[in-house]
Ligand binder design. Sequence first.
Ligand SMILES: *Cc1c(COP(=O)(O)O)cnc(C)c1O
Length: 394
Amino acid sequence: MSAAMSDLIPFNWPHMTGKELYYIAEAHFNGRLAGDGPFSMRCHRWMEEKFGCRKVLLTHSCTAALEMTALLLDIQAGDEIIMPSYTFVSTANAFVLRGGVPVFVDIREDTLNLNEQLIEAAITPRTRAIVPVHYAGVACEMDVIMAVAKRHDLKVVEDAAQGVMASYKGRPLGAIGDLGAYSFHETKNVISGEGGALLVNDPALAQRAEIIREKGTDRSSFFRGEVDKYSWQEVGSSFLPGELVAAFLWAQLEEVDRITQTRLTAWQRYHNLLEPLEARGLLRRPIVPSSCQHNAHMYYVLLSHDIDRNHALAELRRNGISSVSHYVPLHSSPAGRRYGRMHGDLSVTDRQAARLIRLPMWVGLMEEQQKRVADALSQVQSSTATRPVPFLAS
Ligand SMILES: *Cc1c(COP(=O)(O)O)cnc(C)c1O
């Protein structure tokens, strides 16, 4: 049964464009199943042109792409990397794997992105890089971040996992910093099940990126006929996906404009439906600065401080709506406390993370369903006691 026909409204529903199996059959027929075959190359070239990026390389995940950035920047034990605490674990974990120390800086009230005004004070002689995370596909204040990085000779790695097809002052996210990372995980806008891409904007890093991705060898140059044999050049691993994944992804990339447009329409419908609830003081809607073109990756709301979040989520579930909270800030998680350090007070992170819920958002979500979500949300304030809720699988 399709999600659109069900009474339950799932939080996410992976969208297939229709040609995925056709391209997978073509890859099968081609008889080239390892990485960097014709479909991988097509995805690389297409993204390089579309996003105006020096080099794009498919990876197994955004996590893998972030791990590649730590290798590319030659992160050593004790090196510090400035990032938000309000992010997915992979942002920090990729650097901790190399002995790096995440330094958590607070976020902005409005976009929930790294507060660019607080970065400079967090810089020490050990600082090597800044990792802005574009939450919900809304860009960080990149002009300021790039200027700070330049002044202190730091690298910028964009965690653009949620930012495919979003831009900042007309520049695609992921293609602004020295390096960028995309995710094609099933929960993102453009998907291949598990999948990702590394974007290399710094030309000095382009060749090493190929080597690190191919087990530390110059196999990519060998395949292009530039060397007559390939050999171990430096530390690397296997970061490239096989052709079946690339074939699936190609079917998605072909439809990326339609996917983005459809999501933006649904996003705007929520925004209109929830305006009266914001006016009543029940919640705050997302804020998108005028310099940012977002991609409708997510529709979240920040509940008013006097609403109990668990109660709100339970009320939505009772109405057959699957809504979820988001990150446990890394500085308050066991591994974050062990491996990272806080810079200053992270009160905005704590406050906003505790009141945020994400609403169902997927291609095919219908206006009637969104009205049900808005209606259920508008009931939340008047209910006081939390009654037992039957379990509903999402
Ligand atoms: C989804 C996500 C990741 C991880 O992506 P994978 O492709 O699942 O590895 C990393 N960072 C952020 C901000 C994400 O949203």
